[in-house]
Write a protein that binds this ligand. Structure first.
Ligand SMILES: NC(=O)c1ccc[n+]([C@@H]2O[C@H](COP(=O)([O-])OP(=O)(O)OC[C@H]3O[C@@H](n4cnc5c(N)ncnc54)[C@H](OP(=O)(O)O)[C@@H]3O)[C@@H](O)[C@H]2O)c1
Length: 212
């Protein structure tokens, strides 16, 4: 597959790029500067682009089989830029006639009970609320874009650099947690889950939780 990866220079995006390349896909990796450090593969090309700009997204997406995103707001930016990115990606993909999107989302909107989402729980860190809300708003942009084959793949509550075990579980709309109630996934295994979904298309139009 020829994949346009938005956010390839990020912590999660870098791992998704490596996972896709290891599986034999060709990856065009986007960052604002056009630099993506540390990936040396003949099937990888780093390019510059602004994911808040639908024209940029359309120009970059053209000719690719799918768009993958690991976009996130920079520290100096308002987190609602995530919503602008979602809107620009949807518009740009429509213009470029590319249908398949796999988006790295947030865990905050996943259910932990029938009427409760993670963001609504007492222990949810206050500092994370703004970005979690922005990520839910971005999800709502995709909900209104069912002409595209989108999948919103959310990490577990906690995601960190770690091991690639190749093992993980998914749940539609629900937080994945272990028997002790801990919700965790390594960035490497998140990249495995993300690439599996990109290849299989098993969860189109779904908010997919991942974890162990
Ligand atoms: N438990 C959870 O729910 C959880 C935990 C962690 C992360 N996440 C989500 O996962 C996503 C990725 O996280 P991360 O930690 O990997 O983020 P990160 O390291 O900050 O990477 C963000 C990426 O987005 C790119 N980017 C930012 N603005 C851009 C723009 N206007 N145009 C093009 N590229 C742009 C950055 O590229 P440049 O800066 O090089 O341009 C970078 O590659 C985020 O949306 C985050 O909210 C969720």
């Amino acid at each position: 597959m020829d994949v346009l990866l938005l956010g390839a220079s990020g912590r999660i995006g870098h791992r998704i790029a490596n996972e896709l390349l290891d599986r034999g896909h060709a990856v065009t990796g986007v960052s604002r500067s056009g630099d993506v450090e540390g990936i040396d593969d003949p099937d990888f090309q780093a390019v510059a682009g602004d994911a808040t700009n639908a024209v940029d997204v359309a120009d970059l997406a053209e000719g690719h089989d799918a768009v993958a995103s690991a976009l996130g707001p920079s520290e100096d930016e308002d987190v609602t830029v995530l919503v602008e990115m979602a809107e620009a990606v949807v518009e740009g993909m429509r213009d470029a006639d590319v249908d398949r999107l796999v988006w790295t989302g947030g865990a905050g909107g996943l259910h932990v009970g029938p009427d409760t989402r993670l963001i609504e729980t007492e222990d949810f860190p206050e500092d994370w609320e703004p970005v979690a809300r922005a990520a839910i708003e971005a999800y709502e942009v995709f909900e209104d874009a069912d002409d595209l084959d989108w999948t919103y793949v959310a990490p577990a509550a906690l995601i960190e650099p770690g091991e690639r075990t190749g093992e993980y579980r998914t749940a539609e709309g629900e937080l994945v947690a272990d028997e002790e109630g801990d919700s965790y996934i390594s960035m490497e295994d998140f990249a495995v889950a993300f690439a599996d979904e990109l290849e299989s298309g098993d969860h189109v139009h779904t908010y997919l939780g991942t974890g162990y």
